[in-house]
Ligand binder design. Structure first.
Ligand SMILES: [Zn+2]
Length: 287
C-alpha cells in the first residue's frame, strides 16, 4: 500500500490538496453513516466505511496523510436547511484553518441572496448534490444563485453524474443546459462525472472554468460498480492536467485513503500531471 506522505514528498510537493472531503454537523453525519451502513436507497450496495470518529480525529487522520488543505462539503436535501449547514461549516472553518470555507445552497426563495452574502463573508467553495437534493440544476429558483456565482467566479463542487444511483435529475444534460445559460461558471464536476465520464470530460474541455475532481474515480471499488474509467479517455484526461483536482470523499470511503492516490498513479499520466492534480491546481484555484 502506497504511503501518502512519501507519495507527496517524492513528487516534490509540500503536501496534498483534497478538494472533496466531508465534514458535517454531528447529527447529519450520523444519518449519512446510517445510509452507508444499511446500504440505503441512495447507496444501493454494501459500503463499509473505513473512517469514522469525531471531527478532530478525522482532521488528524487527514493531516497524518499529508493533506494540508481540504474542504468540508455539505449539501441540503430539503428547503430551509442550507443556511443552517452553512453556519456550521463556517464555524468548522474557523476552528480548522486547513479547511476551506465551504457553503451550499438549495432551490428555494432567497437562495441568490444568501449565496451572495456567503461569498461576501468569505465562502471559498460551494457544494451541490443533485442526486441527494432531488432537483434540476436548471430550476428557476437557482437562477439568481448561478448568476452570482458566475460573476464571483467562486467554484462549485457539483455532484451531477448518475453514480452511484441515477435519478431523473442526474446526468450531463441538465449541466450542459446550465452552462449554456451560464458559460463562465467555475464548476468542479465531482467523481469526474461518473459514470458519464466522456460527456463531463467534454464539458470541461469546452468551458474554460469547468474542472473535474477525481473523487473515488480510478479506484477498484468504483470501477467495480460497473463504470470503470474508459481507457480511451485517458489521453484527454492527461491533456486536461490543469483542470483536474484531487478529491477523495474522505471520510465516507470503503477503502484506505491511499487507494485514491494509487488509482491516480496507476493511470501513468506522469509526475507533472500528478503534481498538478494533487497540489498545484487546488492551491492556485484557492489562492
Ligand atoms: Zn462526496
Amino acid at each position: 500500500m502506497l504511503d501518502p506522505v512519501a507519495f507527496a514528498r517524492e513528487l516534490g510537493l509540500p503536501g496534498l490538496f483534497d478538494v472533496h472531503t466531508h465534514f458535517l454537523p454531528p447529527q447529519v453525519m450520523a444519518k449519512v453513516r446510517e445510509q452507508f451502513d444499511t446500504a440505503g436507497p441512495l447507496i444501493g450496495r454494501p459500503w463499509p466505511l473505513e473512517y469514522r470518529g469525531p471531527d478532530e480525529e478525522l482532521v488528524d487522520t487527514l493531516r497524518s496523510f499529508g493533506v494540508r488543505r481540504f474542504s468540508a462539503l455539505s449539501y441540503a436535501h430539503r428547503p430551509d436547511m442550507a443556511e443552517w449547514l452553512n453556519d456550521w461549516a463556517f464555524g468548522f472553518a474557523d476552528r480548522v484553518p486547513a479547511a476551506l470555507r465551504c457553503a451550499t445552497f438549495y432551490p428555494e426563495p432567497g437562495a441568490g441572496a444568501y449565496v451572495a452574502a456567503r461569498i461576501t463573508a468569505g465562502a471559498q467553495v460551494f457544494k451541490l448534490h443533485v442526486q441527494v437534493g432531488g432537483f434540476d440544476v436548471r430550476d428557476s429558483l437557482l437562477d439568481q444563485a448561478w448568476g452570482v456565482l458566475e460573476d464571483a467566479g467562486t467554484p462549485v463542487v457539483l455532484h451531477a453524474g448518475s453514480g452511484p444511483v441515477g435519478t431523473a435529475y442526474t446526468g450531463p444534460e441538465p449541466v450542459a443546459g446550465l452552462l449554456a445559460e451560464h458559460p463562465r461558471l467555475a464548476l468542479v464536476i465531482a467523481h469526474a462525472g461518473a459514470p458519464e465520464y466522456a460527456e463531463f470530460l467534454a464539458l470541461a474541455e469546452k468551458y474554460e472554468r469547468v474542472m473535474l475532481d477525481t473523487t473515488m474515480a480510478f479506484t477498484p471499488f468504483f470501477d467495480g460498480l460497473g463504470a470503470p474509467y474508459p481507457r480511451v479517455l485517458l489521453s484527454r484526461l492527461g491533456a486536461l492536467k490543469d483542470k483536474v483536482l484531487l478529491g477523495s470523499d474522505f471520510p465516507n470511503i470503503p477503502y484506505p485513503y491511499a487507494t485514491q492516490l494509487e488509482g491516480l498513479a496507476n493511470l501513468e499520466l506522469g509526475d507533472d500531471w500528478l503534481r498538478a492534480v494533487c497540489w498545484e491546481n487546488g492551491s492556485s484555484l484557492f489562492r
